[in-house]
Ligand binder design. Structure first.
Ligand SMILES: [Zn+2]
Ligand SMILES: [Zn+2]
Length: 187
């Protein structure tokens, strides 16, 4: 059974800064990706409730990188194992995992896509409609092409190419609506 992907929130950078927040249901796993800055915690709870879920039912939280605008609300999911680029964290248990292609659930895994930060990962979700990739390699489908936070723009370009090579049907950027690769219009 492939995973079911739902967008909880399309992020933005103005007027407010919000993270794109995603929900994946994959067998027993309920995965939230990038529960960072949102309008309010109540709003995040309501968006989850619209899918029949409470924060306590979330089993896994994945953050694409360690900027606070993508990590702010990881503590809202009290039963979840939290995953970043290097490890998985549950209560007081720290478990290191592979830097690349670590698996969160049967149809959800992460690949290393450094560039925006050294610690960036992109989360690949295998759905019936193809691969959905949550990635801060793009802020939105319109760019910016040059990421002013990138430690190395060339490394970022390589990571963008790596994501596109997967052939995703949909990319969920850090701060915008999901888009198909053909819709990219970086400026
Ligand atoms: Zn960031
Ligand atoms: Zn961001």
């Amino acid at each position: 059974m492939p995973a079911r992907f739902e967008l909880l929130l399309a992020g933005s950078v103005e007027p407010g800064v919000t993270s794109s927040v995603s929900l994946v249901r994959d067998g027993e796993a309920v995965v939230v990706i990038d529960p960072g800055m949102v309008h309010s915690r109540a709003d995040l709870r309501e968006r989850l409730a619209a899918h029949g879920l409470t924060p306590e039912q979330v089993t896994d939280v994945v953050v694409t990188h360690l900027h606070l605008d993508h990590t702010m609300n990881v503590g809202s999911f009290t039963n979840a194992t939290v995953h970043d680029f290097m490890a998985s964290y549950k209560d007081d248990v720290w478990t290191n995992h592979d830097l690349d292609r670590f698996r969160v659930s049967p149809n959800v895994y992460a690949i290393a896509t450094p560039g925006h930060t050294r610690e960036d990962i992109s989360v690949v979700v295998v759905t019936e409609g193809g691969m959905v990739v949550c990635s801060h390699a793009w802020w939105s489908k319109r760019g910016p092409r040059l990421d002013r936070y990138a430690f190395d723009q060339e490394v970022l370009e390589d990571s963008r190419a790596r994501v596109l090579a997967i052939g995703p049907s949909l990319i969920v950027p850090g701060h915008g609506e999901p888009f198909a690769p053909s819709e990219l219009e970086l400026a």
